[in-house]
Design a protein around this ligand. Sequence first.
Ligand SMILES: *[C@@H]1O[C@H](CO)[C@@H](O)[C@H](O)[C@H]1NC(C)=O
Ligand SMILES: *[C@@H]1O[C@H](CO)[C@@H](O)[C@H](O)[C@H]1NC(C)=O
Ligand SMILES: *[C@@H]1O[C@H](CO)[C@@H](O)[C@H](O)[C@H]1NC(C)=O
Ligand SMILES: *[C@@H]1O[C@H](CO)[C@@H](O)[C@H](O)[C@H]1NC(C)=O
Ligand SMILES: [Ca+2]
Length: 346
Amino acid sequence: MLKSALLRLLALGLVLLLQQPGRTAGQNLRDPRKRAAAALKAANAKGQCCEDVRALKVQVANLSSLLEELTRKQDTVVRQMMELDNQNRVQEARVTEAESKYSEINNRVEIIQLQASQSITQTSSDAIYDCASLYGRSYKISGEYKLPADGYLGTPELEVFCDMESNGGGWTVIQRRKVGLTSFDRDWKQYKKGFGAIRGDFWLGNENIFRLTRQPTVLRIELEDWEGETRYAEYQHFTLSNELNSYKLFISSYSGNAGQDSLRYHNNTNFSTKNKDNDKCVDDCAQLRKGGYWYNCCTDSNLNGVFYRYGEHIRNTDGITWYGWHGPNYSLKRVEMKIRPQNFQP
Ligand SMILES: *[C@@H]1O[C@H](CO)[C@@H](O)[C@H](O)[C@H]1NC(C)=O
Ligand SMILES: *[C@@H]1O[C@H](CO)[C@@H](O)[C@H](O)[C@H]1NC(C)=O
Ligand SMILES: *[C@@H]1O[C@H](CO)[C@@H](O)[C@H](O)[C@H]1NC(C)=O
Ligand SMILES: *[C@@H]1O[C@H](CO)[C@@H](O)[C@H](O)[C@H]1NC(C)=O
Ligand SMILES: [Ca+2]
């Protein structure tokens, strides 16, 4: 602003400077007397004009030097701003690096805790069906439990994680994503049997989930994003078919705050893995979405997808997604799926 005002002044000065000496030159004077008078007048004017010109010249020189100085100052400011910008970028990079290091250390701590916990599994000689029956026997602390084998029911011994706190407790956790080091891109057999670490990331196994849902069962899904916000989705009815029927999903009566119900699309759909395409699509959804799930064509949620860390979590369509909350390209930070009988009394 200041610079352009000065430039305008400078231009005006130059115009005046050019006009001054020619003030009388345009007059065509034939009469000698008039010419003499004009010459005298011009001489007077010239004396005056030359004063004006000198003053103007000084002003112009002054303005020029001022302008130069301002230009120099502006260059300095621009350079300083660029430097600050660079420093900012370096700072940001450092924060990002620190964050990823922190996350790595956090993961390592969780793994150590996980290994330590392996030896303090609680057991009970009583026939126990699930975490809800444990809760009924006054086991009210969340953690790892061993459900004993039951010859009558034909169930083998099973390690489970019980959530005895959320919404009244009694929940048997069937899936968890939070550490991000366990691959969920597994085959049919692994999804059938279960995999992962019960205190970390795991799938309890389709065969186990099928058995646990033979009684009327509630499913609760808890989600967390990278900003630390949480949501849940609950289904009053949840059951899986047996393996012969491809562990087909059945859910109904949604409630929760996770936006549009993003499991509904997967209702009445067979389970698919990378080596068993049971989806309702010409594509191979399990391979596209890199998990085992009740793929339709393909997803409205992909809770067994790829775990992407903060910074990488908004790029891919094969992440841990719940479309009704963060859409198809946002991979969540944490997921837990848990079940308990419909008739559970806290
Ligand atoms: C020119 O600048 C000098 C200082 O650099 C100042 O003292 C002087 O008054 C200025 N002259 C004009 C005509 O602006
Ligand atoms: C689902 O599985 C059942 C039994 O395994 C099969 O008969 C049916 O065709 C499958 N449906 C689809 C869409 O693949
Ligand atoms: C799933 O499909 C069944 C019919 O097989 C239906 O009764 C139920 O309401 C559906 N669930 C949802 C959440 O739409
Ligand atoms: C999601 O990512 C895919 C490419 O990976 C892109 O084509 C699509 O537009 C993205 N969708 C949204 C809603 O950002
Ligand atoms: Ca297919």
